[in-house]
Design a protein around this ligand. Structure first.
Ligand code: ZN
Ligand code: ZN
Length: 150
């Protein structure tokens, strides 16, 4: 047991399993393929497919995702308290109600539209990315920054 409450935040993927990202340099959006935790390569930076500038792996949040992650942490702790109560009253048709809660409202879930075009870097075909259609002709590889055209 440790006392830390971990807040699992799941961000929505589109139907192909891609996660929306925003480049901290050019502030434009693209998507990368969501790797299971643990099987991602040990890289400490990614290259922006649109401008080719590298940034640390954790700096690619979109504004909406950051707001969502911040907003969801409070309600997750709230839920944690309610789950404990629900467990304690299991089988007694007990429904946790808001009077047991800290009253922190969860933000609306993010929606992820199926936009953009999939491109596969020839140098790293296992790391497909999605970019806006008008940018698909010239794309930088996420992993090594090599410029390629589709
Ligand atoms: Zn960029
Ligand atoms: Zn590459």
């Amino acid at each position: 047991m440790n006392d830390e409450i971990r807040v699992p935040v799941s961000l929505p993927l589109d139907s192909d399993g891609f996660l929306r990202r925003e480049c901290p340099t050019c502030e434009r959006e693209f998507k990368w393929f969501n790797q299971e935790e643990g099987d991602a390569d040990a890289v400490n930076q990614y290259f922006c497919p649109l401008c080719g500038v590298a940034s640390p792996t954790d700096s690619w949040w979109t504004t909406a995702q950051l707001e969502y992650v911040q907003g969801v942490s409070g309600p997750a702790i709230d839920q944690f308290a309610q789950d404990i109560l629900a467990d304690a009253f299991k089988g007694m048709s007990f429904k946790p109600n808001r009077s047991f809660s800290f009253g922190i409202e969860a933000p609306d879930a993010l929606a992820e539209p199926d936009d953009m075009m999939i491109v596969e870097p020839p140098c790293h075909p296992s790391e497909p990315i999605k970019v806006p259609e008008e940018d698909a002709a010239r794309v930088y590889c996420l992993i090594c920054g090599t410029l390629f055209s589709t």
